[in-house]
Design a protein around this ligand. Structure first.
Ligand code: FE2
Length: 409
């Protein structure tokens, strides 16, 4: 609200406090829109100041090369809108650099740039494309009207037009535009809310998951840092695959946001393996190794159980495939299913390299830590037998980066 001298008041502004004359007679209610008639009345009654709402009138560009049309158009619209009479499209574009109107009333037949050319340019610039345009024209044939509308105008009004009808149409279009804007703002805030909630769920899921993975790792105390390092190794391989467009088809339906976190569960089944086996100092007997192998099937069973109680989810699918196939070998000699070649899901083939490399560079009760160079040679030696040969080639290209991760051990 602001108090202004009556002389500065303009039609279209809204009275923010009721106006009484010196005898206490009501001249205008709060919320009344100021009209020329009201201004005259206030003058007669010697009302010198009034309080108005600080609401800007909607701005309309009236673009026409005919001066008479500009003058009469402005007179017609001025009471409700802030009208900018613009004599050519070029001048309109100059003005648009500083003022974005709520609507443009555009003539079609103009020298230099005509209305069709002007609307094409308006619609091609992101900062102007949303401004509603109504063609005001003497071209009344169906073809011209169709062309105007197909170029993106919201309406097409033939001259000479009836003032009340034009005003009503402008008002309706402005209401529609405002509703469109409100809907857009609503959608944006809705999208933002969904994005925030999704991130929350994602973070919560990761936190729970990391805790479960930590619990497993805590029991298996000889492999500290294994889970976080294998994720880093996996990421190095994945980034290279994406960069070189290798196995793009297999990865086309992967959700990368979920793949890496899901890898944390690859050894979740170890939670059911006895400490005596898990932390045995020395090599496992055949019987013990057979028990150790069950961590795969136990892990898969645990993830399947979650899947039964949850909707189909990329995260769980990746987790199940990684946990279930990371000990399979390319030549079919792995466990638990003895799958070979590309029958082993790509997730498992990738995890096999990350998992074995990390085991090699780590101290285990039954072995010393290999150097990164030795680990690299062992992986490369397993090309086509233990590991997917294509993935081993990819590994070789990023082996230095594997070594850098290993040095942080
Ligand atoms: Fe494992």
């Amino acid at each position: 609200m602001k108090s202004i001298p009556r002389k500065h008041a303009e039609p279209g502004q809204i009275v923010a406090q009721k106006i009484l004359n010196s005898d206490g007679v009501l001249l205008a209610e709060k919320g009344t829109e100021i009209s020329e008639k009201l201004l005259r009345l206030l003058e007669q009654q010697n009302i010198e100041t009034l309080v108005i709402e600080e609401r800007e009138r909607k701005k309309i560009f009236l673009v026409d090369d005919n001066m008479t049309n500009l003058t009469t158009g402005k007179a017609m619209l001025n009471e409700q809108y802030k009208v900018y009479p613009v004599p050519s499209a070029d001048i309109m574009f100059n003005l648009l650099e500083n003022i974005i109107p709520n609507m443009i009333l555009l003539d079609i037949d103009m020298p230099d740039m005509n209305g069709y050319e002007a609307i094409k340019r308006l619609k091609s610039e992101p900062q102007w494309e949303e401004i509603p345009v109504i063609f005001l024209t003497s071209k009344t044939d169906e073809g011209s009207e169709l062309e105007g509308l197909s170029l993106g105008a919201i309406d097409y009004v033939a001259k000479p037009f009836s003032a009340p009808l034009l005003l009503k149409r402008i008002e309706n279009h402005l209401i529609t535009e405002r509703q469109k804007q409100q809907l857009k703002e609503f959608n944006t805030s809705l999208e933002e809310m969904v994005r925030r909630k999704t991130a929350q769920v994602f973070n919560l899921q990761n936190a729970v998951l990391s805790t479960v993975a930590d619990l497993v790792e805590f029991r298996d105390d000889v492999t500290g840092g294994h889970i976080s390092r294998t994720q880093k190794f996996l990421k190095l391989l994945l980034d290279k695959l994406v960069e070189e467009k290798i196995y793009s088809d297999e990865m086309s339906n992967w959700d990368m946001d979920y793949l890496l976190p899901s890898a944390q569960l690859h050894d979740v089944g170890k939670i059911a393996i006895s400490d005596l086996i898990l932390n045995k100092p020395g090599k496992l007997t055949d019987e013990e190794f057979n028990i150790m192998k069950t961590h795969v099937t136990i892990g898969v069973a645990a993830i399947k159980k979650i899947e039964q109680n949850a909707e189909e989810h990329a995260f769980l699918r990746h987790a199940r495939l990684i946990a279930g196939t990371h000990h399979e070998k390319w030549d079919g000699s792995g466990y638990p299913s003895g799958l070979s070649g590309k029958d082993i899901p790509l997730e498992g083939r990738l995890m096999a390299i990350a998992d074995v490399y990390d085991a090699l560079i780590s101290v285990r009760p039954y072995k010393k830590a290999f150097s990164t160079q030795e680990a690299r040679q062992i992986i490369e030696k397993g090309k086509g037998t233990h590991f997917d040969p294509v993935l081993v080639d990819v590994f070789s290209k990023v082996a230095d980066k594997f070594a850098a991760v290993a040095r942080d051990l």
